[in-house]
Design a protein around this ligand. Sequence first.
Ligand code: FAD
Length: 527
Amino acid sequence: MAIERHALLLLLICRLLATVGLTVAPAEPLLQLFDSDVVRLDPPALAASSSDFGALFTAAPTAVARPRSAEDVAGLIRSAHAAGSFPVSARGCGHSTHGQALAPAGLVVEMARGRLPGHRPTPVYAGGQHYVDVWGGDSWTDVLSWTLSHGGLAPKSWTDYLHLSVGGTLSNAGVSGQAFHHGPQISNVLQLDVVTGEGEVVTCSNEENSELFNAVLGGLGQFGIITRARIALERAPQRARWIRVLYSDFAAFTRDQERLIALDGERFDYVEGLVIVDEGLINNWRSSFFSPKNPVKIGSVAGEQRVLYCLEMAKYYHEEDGGEVDGAVERLLRRLRYIPSTEFTTDLTYVEFLGRVHRAEERLRSKGLWDVPHPWLNLFVPASQIADFDSGVFRGILGNNTGGPVLIYPMNKNKWDERSSAVMPEEDVFYLVAFLRSALPNSDDPTQSLEHLKQQNREILEFCHRAHIKIKQYLPHYKTQGEWVDHFGPKWNRFVARKVEFDPKHILGSGHGIFHPSSSPSSLFHT
Ligand code: FAD
């Protein structure tokens, strides 16, 4: 209540100053409301939230905040709202690649740094299911460790890398090799607490305030800041049998991938894939288990083909069922048409399996190769056009150096909720194709340069446009509002209506550049 009275008073002061023609630095009032543990204006704190994992964009905020509760977040947003058009962006772990969590000359709300020490959520069993309520800035790796230590539970749907915040991945979708069966992470959330653009804390779900719930899921941080998420849990498996097989025939590869994600009964728990265009990549950071025990030479398996496709699968199991996993894997592999003799199998704990990209991160960090520019491009490609994409991109534009792993795996659209803000192609099956590139600024090889990789990204997008391949960007980044209108397609008007309802002053999520504070609602609706 004290915070509300202060905010009201500050609003009146700001209005009064504006009326008499004076301006007030919007960050200053925040210092009156919050102590210096919560709001920071010092240069090191501002610098830490001025860039992201991509290292392609920088924009300094005027203030950063580390809220300890939903009420803190609400107070921060109410102050920004009162100050007029002061941009606010939530930041989770800052693993975006195109400045999506930046707030140029605004306020960055550092959700991952804000929670109280000792915060340790415990799972609950109610209404016939297990779930856990977590803070929006909690990382998925913490969520896993809390839920495992309470009754051996775990979330069902993951990202490949777990050092991402719950709020950050739910603002996009959160996809990995489990999405074909469980849907993306946004399909596995039961309830949220969201602080809207007017500073109101709202509990929402599919049953209660459903418009806000669906707006926020995949909503790119445009409609509110997620302070609590209720995540559905299952009994965690203990081990994973992890298998990789190689193809030189793209049609056989995608036929097998699509067959695996359509299975109803006995099935794998995880299905992904990689495109391999050179010797270097076959043993790269995403495919490290081929090496050093199983080094693979492309020439020895690919014959005349320059490009190989790696199908990656995992079957989870409990130790007491260990005797059955061999037979199940054998029956599933028997249906596939990969190159004989290219089967690579490993067996590890479930936690080790989920930690696979983090181990790669540690290796890259030790070589100074983690904090480099990351011009990533993530696309959803309709299944009916994936063969055209292969000829034009994997066997065309890419050449023989991709600058990093290229992932490719299909998902079932019926596991996605059309009511969410997430955008996907209009087909029952679509592929994620992810170019996870790292630029090496000091390399002698021009194909490793940032400019070269960015140019390749542009060529891929232009090729899709020319060939009428109806891609949608995942983790999207566009420069103009017209491009955003195209991206959302039939969902645009609803997206705008939701913005008008939940963030009428357009203060949230400015890092994306979708809305400008001055744009009026009537100019935004597309006819
Ligand atoms: P940030 O970069 O901090 O924020 C991302 C967006 O979410 C911003 O718009 C921000 O404003 C908004 N946001 C953040 N917190 C909140 C909140 N509490 N409420 C509302 N909005 C919020 N993605 C996948 O789907 N699958 C993968 O397998 C995958 N693997 C990855 C591997 C690596 C190594 C990296 C770097 C990224 C990967 N990603 C993957 C992408 C990742 O999911 C997104 O970049 C995600 O946004 C990162 O989460 P973050 O906490 O770092 O978010």
